[in-house]
Design a protein around this ligand. Structure first.
Ligand code: ADP
Length: 467
């Protein structure tokens, strides 16, 4: 079977979050199972400096109104997967992938619309027959609508994966109109959404299958609480909706191989390895030596529970060292800045992969108090690095973490409140002070959340669609 993934980010070339990890690991696992895989993504700033890409002679012209955008094509092959990067410096070589200083680029609809069209031109011109086009999130949501209109020659089936329904790609119709799309797509059975154009809504309707990244989230997005306005559309199309749990790539996430951490460790040498990595963080950030270390690596947003985490830091800092890495809007950052004056808190802003890995390796516990969580990869990474996850019972966190009271390896709380989170923290402190941490992080490290199982579920789906 031949599959093309179209996505707006792919690790290690580009990354803002878990989407990049998935688009990296899933094709590798599919390839290991005998499928031929292409991954098509934009060429952002710096990729070309860090990887030996080959420039193709051909290029693609996309007409938008009276303007023509020329797209150059760069190719790279690794571990049997073909990576195709579509380049237009004006559109893609910017400081951020989607935002600058926390604000979305005003032409995101145009940027990713042109990208998706160029990807489909590349498929037509250079790949030929495909079984499946697997596209990810709103940035590539035009795939299925375009296959029903401008690209009817492409006979592949379309799988659309929702990685986070909170980001739907909602724009004024005037923005979408710039892309010269067939106007019959603009109605209620297409993009129309309360007077605006909703790209994800149209993708749900027009794709052959819709997946999301955990079974629990597949149910949750069909409810008014977590459907973000698309629960009706999803319920109507539930016959083609499926939740397939994400995995992580243990070649990328392994304390035994991680070149960014201070001391590598295996399951046998975990205690020593974690002590050295923790001491490094305590020294580097000038944190007191006699307390447990709780880590948090994430976007500083309400989705990730940053507001209740701030409450917890204020409440527990006398007993716990906290280290947080991430980015958020300026009001959250201001509040977090003030916490840096506590001697037990280290709050670091920005995207920093080496530090993120050092935090997973050096933390005793890992905080993930999400308001909602489609799947979550950080808790899986934390487990592999021997940090005990403390999570709220939602989405993929419900599907991956078992509480220590049920012979599990994590601490789960239910209500999105500071009190409920504080109870979980008390339970964690009790585990720590009774000297029971070792038994739980060992259990966590033994769990297997590799892609083996999940990629098989995607293959079953692809085969079913191919007929
Ligand atoms: P998201 O909803 O942001 O995609 P996930 O838990 O699915 O959350 O995946 C987050 C991924 O992004 C993990 O690999 C995590 O280590 C990484 N990550 C998040 N924030 C940062 C950051 N500030 N610096 C480095 N890596 C980060």
């Amino acid at each position: 079977m031949k599959i093309a993934h179209i996505a707006s980010e792919v690790y290690p070339f580009s990354k803002t979050g878990g989407l990049a990890d998935v688009v990296s690991a899933l094709p590798l696992s599919l390839k290991a199972n005998g499928l031929e895989c292409f991954v098509i993504s934009p060429l952002y700033k710096n990729i070309i400096n860090n990887f030996p890409l080959k420039k193709s002679k051909e290029s693609i012209d996309i007409q938008v109104g009276t303007d023509i955008y020329n797209i150059q094509i760069f190719q790279y092959k690794k571990s049997g997967v073909h990576y195709i990067f579509l380049s237009n410096p004006y559109l893609f070589e910017r400081d951020g992938l989607y935002t600058s200083n926390g604000k979305d680029y005003s032409d995101n609809c145009l940027r990713f619309g042109i990208f998706t069209k160029a990807a489909l031109h590349f498929i037509t011109n250079s790949i030929g027959t495909l079984d499946i086009i697997h596209c990810h999130d709103w940035q590539t949501a035009l795939t299925a609508p375009l296959l029903k209109t401008e690209f009817q020659d492409i006979k592949a089936k379309v799988v659309f994966t929702i990685h986070n329904i909170a980001f739907q790609g909602i724009f004024d119709f005037s923005e979408l109109s710039k892309l010269n799309l067939d106007t019959w797509l603009f109605g209620f059975g297409g993009f129309e959404y309360y007077g605006k154009a909703n790209l994800m809504k149209c993708a749900i309707i027009k794709s052959d299958a819709v997946t999301t990244v955990s079974p629990t989230y597949a149910n949750e997005i069909q409810t008014p609480e977590l459907g973000y306005g698309l629960e009706g559309v999803l319920s109507e199309h539930s016959y083609k909706l499926q939740g397939i749990l994400n995995g992580i790539d243990y070649n990328v996430w392994s304390p035994q191989k991680d070149k960014h951490i201070i001391q590598k460790y295996s399951q046998k040498s975990t205690k020593r390895g974690k002590t050295i990595n923790k001491d490094y963080l305590l020294n580097r950030f000038n944190l007191p030596k006699d307390k447990p270390l709780f880590g948090f690596v994430s976007r500083f947003t309400k989705q990730k529970g940053i507001d209740i985490t701030i409450d917890i830091i204020k409440k527990f800092h006398k007993d716990i060292n906290f280290i947080l890495l991430g980015d958020g809007d300026s009001s959250v950052k201001q509040e977090l800045e003030t916490l840096n004056s506590l001697k037990e808190a280290a709050i670091q802003f920005g995207y920093n992969e080496p530090l993120s890995r050092q935090i997973y390796a050096g933390s005793d516990f890992y905080l993930m108090p999400s308001l909602f969580e489609p799947c979550g990869l950080s808790q899986l990474i934390a487990m592999k690095y021997g940090a005990i996850p403390i999570v709220r019972k939602t989405g993929g966190l419900s599907d991956t973490i078992v509480d220590i009271s049920s012979n599990g390896y994590g601490i789960i709380f239910e209500d999105y409140t500071t009190d409920s989170f504080a109870n979980a923290i008390d339970r964690a402190l009790s585990v720590y002070h009774k000297g029971e941490s070792d038994q739980f992080y060992r259990l966590a490290m033994e769990k297997d959340f590799s892609w083996n199982e999940s990629s098989k579920q995607y293959i079953t789906l692809y085969k079913k669609l191919r007929g």
